[in-house]
Design a protein around this ligand. Sequence first.
Ligand code: NAD
Length: 350
Amino acid sequence: MIGKKIFWLHALRILRRRSDSLREFIVQKSVLVCGAGGFIGGHLVKRLKAEGFWVRGVDLKFNEHAETEADDFVIGDLREQSLVRSVVDRRFDEVYQLAADMGGAGYLFTGENDADVMHNSALINLNVLDACRKRNIKRVFYSSSACIYPEHNQLDPENPNCVEDSAYPASPDSEYGWEKLFAERLYLAYNRNHGMECRIARYHNIFGVNGTWEGGKEKAPAAICRKVAETPDGGSMDVWGDGLQTRSFLYVDECIEGTTRLLRSDFEGPLNIGSEEMIAINDLARMVIDLSGKDIRINNIPGPEGVRGRNSDNRLIKEKLDWAPERPLHAGMDKTYAWISSALARKHNR
Ligand code: NAD
């Protein structure tokens, strides 16, 4: 008699456990992050996990600086159509397409990598978007760039014009910008012709911890942090250009916030996601030198520098999302400098 009771209690417990995991499986929403091993992708996966999604990441590599939190991580090449089809194997609730062949000014503006940048990123976008359409996935986020804006609107470092509708007549200053513009149009065409609901952001210089800080693909904030950390007190460091060229920089947390808000909104974009706190590159270098507490001279040398001035214009994001980034640059640079200088110290101690 007691044996029978134990048997039924045990059976009931197993049944309950099974139905719990079935319910979780049915209710839990799933997300695909392409470029999950990259800087922004790594932060995005972390955020989506915190929101309770089941997350699959895809990339050529794992992130070098932090363990992935993705439930499933596929190491693969998104230029290969068969790989993309196997990865897009279900109707994901959200897809974020961040994978691209990219880097900082030294990678994108010297002309040396133009063919790879255009070929690789175009193939990734063509493959991912079409695989999503075939699976009847509606919501795909695409990360375009401020690099699509015409060069002639960014000649005055004090007054660049990067309002969203100034993109045409098009004249980006790099092939990277031209490929991004092509991809924007591709995503919009799929919305128009295939009933998709893709969302397009134009990121403006995203920076923060766990980003590339050496090796040639690093961006200005990380490169400056590394140079300041490497330079001894009383020494000097090189900065490309005359240092009067201006930019704005957005800390990665606010980029992720804007990204998820845009994907879940009714506005297809393109929409700037950036900071309006414009700064000259030499002033950015001075900010980091102050943070380090060192006395370092700036040595301006010829080098690839991109357009003369660029700043985010946040009027449209405020109107469409009722939200805009507001964190001061200094706070983000403080965190980033601390992270890069300790990464450098760890490297030298190895
Ligand atoms: P990132 O280089 O750190 O991440 C891109 C990732 O894509 C990398 O991990 C890379 O390995 C992966 N990738 C490249 N080719 C691939 C392929 N064939 N198959 C699979 N994975 C591949 O760059 P990020 O800073 O994280 O930028 C993410 C996206 O945002 C990119 O599309 C970039 O163009 C765009 N964007 C970034 C910025 C910025 O300031 N970081 C500014 C404007 C636009």
